[in-house]
Write a protein that binds this ligand. Structure first.
Ligand SMILES: Nc1ncnc2c1ncn2[C@@H]1O[C@H](COP(=O)(O)OP(=O)(O)OP(=O)(O)O)[C@@H](O)[C@H]1O
Length: 394
């Protein structure tokens, strides 16, 4: 069971949603439906799952339906059709009391314009969500203090929102959401009102916080760079439909259609793509005990002049060059030992291409991608690296 399961979600604004839905099912366009019925189709159809602990980004241009989808999750907007399950409970069927409980305990929202109460001090703003949960001041104060400390605002408790910068105000908004202990944070363009520098700083802080909090976060943005940076997975919305759902790497390397392709065209791929997404399995490897004859044969078969040597447990041992293997063969040696190059360029699978480029510049041999336990995962050759940066699709 996923944390949030959305199935067949639809939202039509206007007086005759049934007619609009019937036309939608006939495959009519948003525009046609608007002209015919006066209804705006905000969500044509959306189905997706959000996993516990992930940052799930909903991204799209203005009017694509992101905010409507987010607000259907806690029914701030009433869906016209479809279901939303949170921890297995259908929110769309919840009664008023059940719904209030979901909004107060399960999901907390962080808004673009911070949503702070101007006449309340910082700490009283953070306590607000806890008051809504019915907590006494004596119980809410320590929780609010803890949340403020987590977002780096210790010492600002008694300030008023207007005495803080935009970035700090949004930290108060975040602290208020965190203090409620809600497992799900709904963040609606939460950083869009901030200056670019502060915005990037807040993104970093959110990632850092998330590594400690492990909440489930649904984050809306119209900014692709922000989506790629924050999203474990990203939904790209277009005209109230999901154009693509995937990891940042999938969206960059395998755009689902021309719309997504055009969207991602100008992204700096070297910051998003990692060694894992461009590495290839080597044609073959050799074990140390296989000896030079086997090594030479494998290199000839695969047309390469080097071969990686791995242990039986697939750990990287080193590399052998064809000229050295031939020399061993001529000397009638049966072990690769004398020809093993062990000082190799290696990298972790999570290294971004921007860093790999620097490694590739220092070596002629492919870079070996190894896991933490030295398991050999694949290779990145200079040619692969250049092609990936240039945006050639695999
Ligand atoms: N209350 C409403 N009444 C009528 N139409 C609405 C209402 N709210 C949104 N819409 C329409 O629904 C569509 C989707 O809007 P929505 O706000 O969900 O998109 P969005 O992607 O979040 O855009 P933005 O980034 O501009 O907020 C748009 O065509 C919008 O005009």
């Amino acid at each position: 069971m996923e944390k949030i399961e959305v199935r067949g979600l639809r939202k039509i604004y206007g007086g005759h949603p049934e007619r609009a839905i019937a036309l939608l099912e006939q495959g009519k366009s948003k525009q046609h439906i608007l002209e015919e019925t006066g209804c705006t189709v905000a969500i044509q159809e959306a189905s997706f799952d959000v996993k516990a602990g992930e940052i799930f980004v909903i991204m799209g241009l203005s009017g694509s339906g992101k905010s409507t989808v987010l607000r259907c999750l806690n029914r701030l907007i009433e869906p016209s059709a479809g279901s939303v399950h949170v921890d297995g409970v259908d929110v769309t069927r919840a009664d008023r009391a059940g719904l209030l409980d979901v909004r107060r305990r399960k999901m907390a929202m962080v808004f673009q314009n911070f949503g702070l109460l101007p006449h309340r001090s910082v700490i009283r703003n953070v306590e607000y969500g806890l008051e809504m949960q019915g907590l006494e001041r004596s119980a809410s104060r320590p929780k609010a203090m803890q949340a403020l400390e987590l977002v780096g605002l210790k010492g600002y408790e008694e300030k008023l929102p207007r005495e803080l910068s935009g970035g700090m105000q949004q930290r108060v908004g975040l602290a208020r959401a965190i203090a409620t202990d809600a497992e799900i944070l709904l963040m609606d363009e939460a950083f869009s009102a901030l200056d670019p520098l502060i915005r990037r700083q807040m993104q970093d802080e959110l990632l850092e916080l998330q590594s400690r909090m492990n909440k489930t976060i649904v984050f809306i943005t119209h900014d692709l760079d922000e989506a790629l940076k924050l999203g474990g997975r990203i939904v790209i919305m277009k005209d109230g439909r999901i154009a693509q759902l995937g990891t940042p790497e999938e969206i960059l390397t395998r755009p689902a259609d021309d719309y997504v392709r055009a969207f991602v065209e100008h992204v700096d791929r070297t910051k998003v793509l990692t060694a894992r997404s461009v590495m290839r399995r080597p044609e073959s490897v050799v074990h140390p005990k296989d000896g030079p004859a086997v090594a030479v044969k494998r290199m000839r078969e695969s047309g390469t002049s080097t071969l990686f040597v791995t242990s039986q447990a697939r750990k990287l041992v080193g590399l052998v060059r064809i000229e050295d293997a031939l020399k061993l063969l001529a000397e009638d040696k049966h072990s690769l030992e004398g020809a093993l190059v062990t000082d190799l360029p290696t990298t972790s699978p999570d290294t971004p291409l921007s860093k790999l480029v620097a490694v590739a510049a220092t070596t002629q041999i492919p870079i070996a991608v190894v896991a933490e336990d030295q398991s050999f995962l694949g290779i990145v050759s200079r040619a692969t690296l250049l092609a990936s940066i240039a945006g050639e699709q695999s």
